[in-house]
Structures are given as C-alpha cells and as structure tokens.
Design a protein around this ligand. Structure first.
Ligand code: NAD
Length: 338
C-alpha cells in the first residue's frame, strides 16, 4: 500500500522502516504536519499515517478523499484530533494503535510523580553546579498518600496497581466502568467530584472527550485539598491551563507534572530552542518551581515505537487485503470521543 507518513521524526522513520520489511508497503516520509495546507501532499496514497497533533478535520479529510486516500492510520492511541463523522461520510476508515505499550506511559507517570515530588530535576541542576545543599528539596513519601486515578483503562489500571500494590498508597479511582481486579486489591471507586475533593495527588488517564474536557477547572481546584498534586500524561485539554496557573499562584495547587499541554500542537515535537515562544501561558507555567513539564514523551520507549510501527503497518495490510480492521475507530461505538 502507498502510505504518506506525515509529521515524520527520525525515530518514526527508523521503526517504520524496520517493521516494514515483511509488509513491503511503499512509505513516503513527510516532515510537515498534516493540516489543510499539506493534505494535498498525500494525493495518490491510499493511506496516511499521522500522530497526535496532526489535524484530521473535515476539510483535511475531504482533500485526502479527493486524492484517493481511504485509510487514516493513527500511530497513537488517542483519536480526539480526527473528525470521525466526516471520515465515515467520506468512506475513509480510521485505525489507531490502542495498546502499544501501556507500561511505557504508566511507568513515565510514576516517574514524573516521583520527580516533581522529590524535586529530582532541581536537585540534579544544583549538583551540576556543585551545590550540594538540601534546603528546599524536602519531598513527601508516596507511601500512605491518597492518589486519585481518573480513567482506569490500560494505562490507569497499571498506575493504580503500581501505586496500590507497589507504593502502598490509598488509591481512589473514577471510571465509567470500574475494574473488579483493581477493587480486589483495595482500589476504591468514587464519583469524580468526590475523588477530586479527597485526593492529595490526581493523575489523569481518561481520553479527551467533550465530557472530560477541562475536568480539572477552577471549580475542581477550589474544591480540592490544599497542596493538590496534578499529573497529566493523557491529553492537555483535560486541564484548564488558565485555572491551573491561578491555582498555582494562590498555592492551592502544590505541584504539577505535565507530559501534555492544551496548546501543545504549536510547540511539542519541535526544537524551538532558538525561537521566541509566544505562548504566554506555557511560559508562565515554566516559571513555577513546582511544575515539571515534558514534551509528550511518555510513550517514547523502544518497545512502544516497535509496537506502534508493527500495528500500523499490519492495519494497512489488512485494509489493502479487504480484511476486517481489528483496530478500527468506530464513530458510533466511540461516540463520547467525538
Ligand atoms: P483506555 O481506553 O484503555 O482507558 C481509558 C479509560 O478512561 C477507560 O477505562 C474509560 O472507561 C475511561 N473513561 C472514559 N471516559 C471517562 C470519564 N468521563 N471519566 C472517567 N473515566 C473515563 O486508554 P489508555 O490506553 O489507558 O490511554 C489513556 C489515555 O492516555 C489516552 O486517551 C491517551 O489520550 C493518553 N495517552 C498518552 C500518551 C503519552 O505519550 N502521553 C500515550 C498513550 C496514551
């Protein structure tokens, strides 16, 4: 199959080329992001392969359909950037990689939690300057803390299990479908507003849907326990960034770890170190000593990249052969996501 791979980074190319050996797809690697201005580059390709911040709205899908594209293959789990109704109307199938490595994201989440709480990046910056003073680096034990996990699907369940069984936390959870295996190890499901009022740490692992957009907003922060730590490795828009900044300024929010950011599409995955970044909200976030930000890298492990490439290319082969698409994103079934 002829596949136009948008938004290609060196690591995408490496893992896709390696995984393509048994499939023999014709891969066109494109550096630009998929958006209305670049969609025509896919003309003549039956599939496009895209990532989290590519724009796959109705306008883009119409250009793709006119150019002969019949498959959008997301090399990620989330699909909030795709207009599924438009895709269906235009006869374009959408596939994703639902579970390339939940361990990659879950482990990174725990890493961020520990890093921000124990001030590891700040300590490292000091040590590099031969400053071995410990003042200002006091953290808290994770053991015994009350952690709220919002979304206990593949990733959230691993985080909840690790916190409960590994660290001995009191784990509260909120999900549309409680997981009996987690309940069996003592994870307690609560309605989201009660969880948000009770937790000392909240970690987000639900998808971005109209219902979950800004689930951490001014009201949630106001109702939260003072000093709340918020960890988000899911999707940026789960948090109202302006409200988060206010929460940090008035010291209601005690620590924040973000691997995703509401307006990340204009920033992440690019080297902007020689540029002027005009996103004032992001720049403000960077000024807080108790905020840790990474650029959407929770998924970035050897294992995950290999699994993403394999699943994506297998879906393309299935589409080409007319086989059922195991990882198809179904607009009707996934209604809450768009
Ligand atoms: P999943 O589909 O296995 O789990 C999502 C869970 O959220 C499900 O159990 C679902 O019932 C629950 N949910 C849906 N709506 C909810 C709501 N309103 N309130 C509470 N729970 C709700 O997904 P997953 O593989 O665990 O991934 C979770 C999220 O992580 C994805 O949506 C994606 O956005 C994000 N993600 C981020 C990275 C990264 O690199 N930072 C990588 C992969 C996935």
């Amino acid at each position: 199959m002829r596949i136009a791979v948008f938004n290609t980074k060196p690591y995408d190319r490496r893992f896709l080329v390696e995984a393509n050996a048994p499939y023999g797809h014709d891969l066109l690697f494109l550096e630009p992001r998929l958006e209305p201005a670049t969609a025509a580059l896919a003309a003549g390709h039956q599939a496009v392969c895209v990532f989290v911040n590519d724009t796959v709205d109705a306008e883009v899908l119409e250009t793709l359909a006119a150019g002969g594209t019949r498959l959008v293959a997301l090399r990620c789990a989330g699909f909030n950037n795709v207009d599924l109704a438009a895709a269906r109307r235009l006869g374009i199938d959408v596939v994703r990689v639902p579970a390339y490595s939940p361990h990659a994201v879950a482990e990174f989440t725990i890493g961020m939690m520990l890093a921000v709480d124990r001030k590891i990046p700040r300590a490292w910056a000091r040590v590099r300057e031969n400053n071995f003073a410990l003042d200002g680096l006091i953290g808290r034990n994770l053991h015994g803390r009350t952690v709220g996990v919002i979304g206990t699907g593949k990733i959230g369940a691993l985080v909840a299990r690790s916190l409960r069984a590994g660290f001995g936390c009191e784990v509260l959870a909120s999900d549309l479908h409680p997981d009996p295996a987690l309940e069996a190890i003592g994870v307690r499901y609560l309605p989201r507003d009660r969880l948000l009022r009770a937790a000392e740490i909240v970690t987000l692992h639900c998808p971005l849907t109209p219902e979950t957009r800004h689930l951490i907003d001014g009201a949630a922060i106001e109702a939260a326990r003072p000093g709340l730590m918020i960890v988000n490795t899911s999707r940026g828009a789960l948090i109202d960034t302006a409200a988060l900044i206010e929460g940090l300024k008035c010291r209601k929010v005690g620590a924040v770890a973000l691997d995703v950011y509401e307006q990340e599409a204009d920033l992440f995955f690019e080297d902007l170190s020689n540029e002027i970044v005009s996103d004032d909200m992001f720049q403000r976030l960077l000024t807080f000593p108790n905020v840790l930000i990474t650029g959407h890298q929770a998924f970035l492990t050897e294992e995950a990249l290999a699994a993403i490439a394999e699943t994506t290319l297998r879906s393309a082969a299935d589409a080409e052969a007319g086989r059922p698409l195991e990882d198809r994103v179904d607009a009707a079934r996934m209604a809450p996501s768009k």
